[in-house]
Unconditional design. Structure first.
Lengths: 257, 290
């Protein structure tokens, strides 16, 4: 794990309030794997005080790509950062997704959950068959589709307002399409998105044998690196595990959402 | 880097004044290279029985700081001694174990179990805002502080720091009680009570409803507490509260601290202690409020 000063090499708007940022992140970019994340700090002043956890959307040699939505103080300040300016990056953090081969991979993204799934899809597409289910509020927020096209056999879309794809929730689409077409016994669903989406997927009894279900969790974090005990997630058997060091990707059969 | 001067309190030597605060650096089992360069590390609070901790969310960022309601999540003293402490034997710094409880006899039992352990000291935590079993913090009453510290002192001759609160109590009174009971130093101050609410619904933002406020937001208050006690009572003080820079450390030393704890800054950047150490030099440092 390292903490480095990383220069912004590209910063562009993908949709209203949604941005993509490429950072020169040296060794972190070189070793980070899908499922892992970084903590960003903007500068030397202490407001906002805490670093911000962001999942990784892609890497290219020593460059790291992050995608974020402007939601509060931290991301508003991040939005103002220009190419050539620097940020502090702590990483790689969390556990990587274990690489798999010859599996039927189903990616289910809600909103900005699409970002970590792009990094995962790029790694898994060589040795597995990928399907993407992607839901967003509106057509303009269905970002990164051109990058998923060459990686996935099939892409199903849903929007809250019906401006593209099926009107409604992506989980309904996933559940509906997976039921009548039982997959071979080696299906892995990777879901990333808002908590209600993960809860719905976690609670649904998919009529598929040997299904593995993994969720990318978003949790408010203090440190991101296992020293503050601030981001616990309840295990089904007993006690808490940490989102930052035991996750953020969890087997949804093992945790309570 | 200029070498900082050793600080000796009782029989314990600190190679520099920086200590990693309890609850902000796990048990000393992570970022070992940082831990080893500090003057000391204080473990996450340990209780007699295991505690699962409070429900999520446990952290809420505030203006220049944060509220936490972690709730002393820890495996309990027996599991700590068996599973965690052996892994800390190689640390090249002072290892101080923070202990917490609901009543005097909890502290007696904890001190007894730690009396033969391979540790350099004990921090008696009578000031955690996240213990819900009792209505008041033990540290809000000088008599109780005296009883707790005396109970621990009877069981061990190890170096003792008493971590005090300033929540609705003058820390001068409790510092005096800790001193009278045989504490070797006092730490001022633990987090301040705080609550955050959703402006639309009025719902608390923390799973534990209220928590402890820390970070730069409380620094002037913590500095005042150190100054108040240091100017009236002769006892070594460990300053704590929003320290994020070498200048912050210097201010606490000027106010009368012998040592300081770095807490919330570790959450923002786990290398904060190291960065502060690199910028800190004791050259020409005289201390004391001018």
């Amino acid at each position: 794990m390292k903490r480095i000063k990383a220069k912004i090499v590209e910063h562009k708007k993908l949709a209203p309030a949604i941005y993509s940022i490429w950072l020169q992140a040296g060794v972190i970019a070189g070793i980070i794997k899908p499922g892992q994340f970084v903590m960003l700090t903007l500068d030397e002043c202490f407001e906002p005080f805490l670093a911000r956890p962001l999942s990784v959307a892609d890497t290219n040699r020593d460059k790291l790509r992050l995608i974020y939505r402007v939601v509060g103080k931290g991301t508003r300040l991040l939005q103002d950062k220009k190419t050539g300016e620097s940020l502090y990056v702590l990483g790689p953090l969390g556990k990587p997704v274990k690489p798999v081969k010859n599996k039927k991979i189903v990616l289910c993204a809600g909103g900005l959950g699409i970002a970590p799934l792009l990094f995962l899809a790029k790694k898994l597409s060589k040795n597995n068959k990928l399907t993407l289910y992607f839901g967003a509020r509106t057509k303009r927020e269905l970002i990164l589709l051109d990058e998923f096209m060459p990686l996935c056999e099939k892409i199903s879309l849903a929007t809250d307002d019906g401006s593209q794809g099926k009107k409604g929730l992506v989980t309904d689409l996933l559940i509906k399409q997976l039921i009548p077409n039982p997959q071979p016994p080696t299906t892995i669903i990777f879901a990333a998105g808002p908590l209600p989406m993960l809860q719905k997927i976690s609670n649904f009894q998919f009529p598929i044998s040997n299904l593995k279900l993994f969720g990318f969790l978003e949790e408010r974090m203090g440190c991101g690196c296992g020293i503050c005990f601030g981001c616990g997630v309840k295990k089904k058997d007993n006690g808490y595990v940490r989102t930052c060091t035991d996750g953020p990707v969890f087997d949804l059969n093992e945790i309570e959402l | 880097m200029k070498k900082t001067q050793n600080i000796k309190i009782k029989n314990l030597i600190f190679k520099n004044p920086l200590i990693l605060a309890s609850g902000t650096f796990s048990f000393g089992d992570k970022f070992i290279s940082v831990v080893n360069q500090m003057g000391g590390i204080i473990t996450k609070g340990i209780t007699l029985q295991p505690r699962p901790g409070n429900p999520m969310p446990r952290i809420w960022e505030t203006a220049s700081g944060l509220l936490n309601s972690v709730g002393l999540e820890n495996p309990g003293i027996d599991a700590f001694l068996k599973n965690i402490l052996p892994g800390l034997a190689q640390l090249k710094t002072n290892l101080i174990v923070n202990i917490s409880g609901n009543q005097v006899k909890d502290f007696t039992a904890l001190a007894e179990k730690l009396s033969d352990a391979d540790i350099d000291g004990i921090e008696i935590n009578v000031s955690c805002p996240n213990i819900r079993e009792t209505d008041k913090m033990l540290g809000q009453d000088p008599k109780t502080v005296f009883q707790v510290v005396s109970a621990v002192r009877r069981k061990t001759d190890k170096f003792l720091i008493t971590k005090l609160t300033a929540n609705f109590i003058d820390p001068l009174l409790t510092a005096q009680a800790a001193k009278d009971a045989g504490s070797d130093a006092v730490c001022l101050v633990n987090t301040l009570y705080g609550i955050a609410l959703d402006s639309n619904t009025g719902k608390p933002m923390l799973g534990g409803i209220f928590g402890g406020l820390s970070g730069p937001a409380i620094k002037p208050f913590a500095l005042f507490c150190v100054w108040r006690v240091a100017s009236r009572l002769k006892i070594p003080i460990v300053g704590c509260g929003g320290i994020c820079s070498a200048d912050d450390v210097r201010e606490f030393l000027h106010a009368g601290s012998s040592l300081v704890q770095i807490g919330s800054a570790n959450l923002r950047n786990p290398y904060a202690g190291l960065e502060i150490l690199h910028k800190l030099s004791d050259k020409n440092f005289k201390g004391g409020v001018k």
